[in-house]
Design a protein around this ligand. Structure first.
Ligand SMILES: [Cu+2]
Length: 345
């Protein structure tokens, strides 16, 4: 427990140190977009979400109540550098690789090269070294500077390929399927395993977002609600043009392409509200189609599904049943989704 905490703290320190070093060497490097107004605005208005939440939940007497976002979790933070904290399995694996493999290696190499440059500038300046050496080959040094980079690349390749494989591992057969459809310019979330209903999600106007305690430009009028602690088969499709379903704190980005379904496993480790945005230029309102994923417990999720008019059945979902179930659901939803259904059937 305490060991894990220590490791996490160390990771953060290394990340901060690494980025600080990068900033020192390259002052023009782009800092993370300042989210100051977002964070500042969230805090005072956070209480305002309560009445709305109660009204929504009261309709079906369900135990689902939209959770208030936690400042700094699942959303950008003012003045932050580097990645957002990760709440999915592959996200945490990727961040560990970044913290313990990439950043240390980058930092050491950068400092080493900088040191060499300073040494050469001082030692071999004209004043101190009037007669230049004519040495042009040194077999030992050439072997070292060829082999060492190769070894470094091999060291990086091992965890890198392991991470790549983890990201491509398909969801298990009995995983819950959720399909995100990108429309110009909003998202629709379809639940083929739960009756095939679709939730349409539009960005909230800034004033409304502040009133509800949501970060402006990231808050949406409806969330993609999913259970935490279990695998989700996340599918994406585009209804009109290519969109991209991306949530930074879940290490998730998958293009939503018209006429084909992309699929990837999503495993959220703890409850929370996680924000993302469309990440493929898709038209004039591309910047205004945020994604809000809320991870809740299984009972809360089922209560939410029932409140949406969906069904909750046993999770027996036979291997072939999942894609077959997805097709009629897509037909029944928006007409624009028809094109997306055909490749799945
Ligand atoms: Cu888009």
């Amino acid at each position: 427990m305490s060991l894990a905490d220590t490791a996490q703290a160390m990771g953060k320190a290394i990340r901060t140190l690494g980025v600080a070093a990068a900033l020192a060497f390259a002052p023009q490097v782009m800092a993370a977009p300042a989210a100051a107004p977002v964070a500042a605005a969230t805090a005072p208005a956070a209480d305002a979400v309560q009445p709305a939440a109660k009204a929504d939940a009261g309709a079906e007497k369900s135990s689902y109540v939209p959770a208030k976002p936690t400042p700094g979790k699942g959303q950008p933070v003012a003045g932050a550098l580097s990645f957002q904290d990760q709440y999915s399995i592959t996200g945490q694996q990727a961040l560990r690789m970044y913290d313990y493999v990439l950043m240390p290696i980058i930092t050491v190499i950068t400092l080493f090269v900088l040191g060499l440059l300073l040494f050469v500038m001082a030692r071999f300046r004209r004043g101190a070294n009037p007669v230049a050496s004519k040495t042009s080959h040194n077999t030992l040094i050439e072997v070292i500077w060829t082999l060492l980079p190769v070894l470094i690349l091999v060291v990086i390749a091992v965890p890198s390929i392991r991470l790549l494989a983890a990201q491509y591992t398909p969801a298990p057969k009995n995983a819950l399927t959720v399909k995100a459809t990108g429309y110009q310019w909003y998202w629709g979330y379809t639940y083929p395993d739960n009756g095939g209903f679709e939730v349409i999600s539009n960005m909230l106007p800034d004033e409304e977002a502040l009133k509800r305690g949501e970060p402006p430009q990231l808050g949406a009028d409806a969330r993609m609600v999913v259970p935490y602690g279990e695998p989700i088969r996340m599918q994406t499709v585009g209804a009109d043009v290519i969109h991209s379903f991306a949530v930074p704190s879940l290490w998730f980005k998958l293009d939503a392409v018209p006429g084909r379904i992309n699929e990837k496993e999503l495993f959220i480790k703890e409850p929370g509200v996680y924000y993302g945005q469309c990440s493929e230029l898709c038209g004039v309102r591309h910047g205004y189609m945020p994604i809000v994923v809320e991870a809740v417990s299984r009972p809360q999720f089922e209560a939410w599904v029932k409140a949406q008019g969906g069904t909750v059945g046993p999770k027996e979902a036979a291997p072939a049943a999942a894609p077959a179930a997805a097709a009629p659901a897509a037909d029944a939803s928006a007409p624009a989704a028809d094109a997306s259904a055909s490749p799945a059937a």
